[in-house]
Design a protein around this ligand. Structure first.
Ligand SMILES: Nc1ncnc2c1ncn2[C@@H]1O[C@H](COP(=O)(O)OP(=O)(O)OP(=O)(O)O)[C@@H](O)[C@H]1O
Ligand SMILES: [Mg+2]
Length: 230
């Protein structure tokens, strides 16, 4: 560290995005520092998932720019964006994402296999994360055999297994009861803080937002308020 403010790991400038008839993002500017935990909140339909998808390079926004880990996503083609995501980003999406035909163990090992690690190394690392996620008894199960909470924890394990610098999570506790949600957040926020990863957490749950360093509240596709929480 040279005493200067560290480069943000994520920086959105004037990001706009519309689906056919709906304008979802109307000029969003925000940044996230290394190791920062940021909650993105706001009512249903305000653009949270679209924002997260644009920030992670899954959706290419129609206006503005996104810098992720020092790279201008608009200047990267799809392959380069995929490689950046695979190497340095962990994502937990709002709706199902485990590969149905693979065991829980292989689902969690998959990001490492795609990165070229050998099977034994990938499986060992995946087993570690599954144990940490309280899923040691479900490694051989298929995703369909898991409860909603277990599936979410497996998705979190899969997002963390590569040791990402930035983690994006979209309503990770959405389908969970209070206890399940607490466990999942302990896992996600704990891993991010321990590893020094930045975490961008989309949620409409105040309890979840309270764990963040900063809350960015959206309303109708714009930033309505930013609150520093710690
Ligand atoms: N694939 C799509 N096609 C058309 N419209 C979409 C699509 N995805 C989102 N939208 C619309 O864009 C707006 C923002 O949606 P988005 O999913 O980003 O909201 P959200 O804040 O994540 O909502 P929720 O809290 O319900 O998950 C909404 O009006 C939504 O209907
Ligand atoms: Mg959403």
């Amino acid at each position: 560290m040279n005493g200067l403010t560290p480069e943000p790991v994520l920086e959105l400038t004037g990001v706009m995005h519309a689906y056919r008839r709906t304008v979802a993002l109307r000029g969003i500017s925000m940044s996230v520092s290394p190791e920062e935990v940021v909650a993105v909140t706001g009512p249903s339909g305000c653009g949270k998932s679209t924002l997260l998808h644009a920030a992670a390079g899954i959706v290419r926004p129609q206006g503005g720019s996104v810098r992720l880990l020092g790279q201008d996503l608009g200047a990267l083609d799809e392959t380069a964006r995929t490689v950046l995501r695979r190497r340095r980003v962990g994502i937990v999406l709002q709706f199902g994402q485990l590969v149905p035909d693979l065991s829980v163990l292989d689902n969690v090992a998959l990001p490492l296999l795609l990165e070229g690690h050998d099977r034994a190394t990938a499986r060992t690392a995946a087993t570690d994360w599954l144990c940490r996620s309280g899923l040691e008894a479900e490694t051989a199960a298929t995703p369909a055999e898991l409860s909603g909470g277990q599936a979410q924890r497996a998705a979190v394990a899969r997002a963390l297994v590569t040791g990402p610098s930035v983690i994006f999570a979209d309503e990770p506790t959405g389908s969970l009861d209070t206890t399940g949600g607490e466990l999942l957040l302990d896992l996600l926020v704990g891993a991010a803080r321990e590893r020094g990863a930045a975490l961008v957490l989309v949620t409409h749950d105040n309890m979840v937002a309270a764990r963040a360093d900063r809350e960015i509240r959206l309303r109708d596709g714009v930033v309505e308020a930013v609150t520093v929480l710690r």
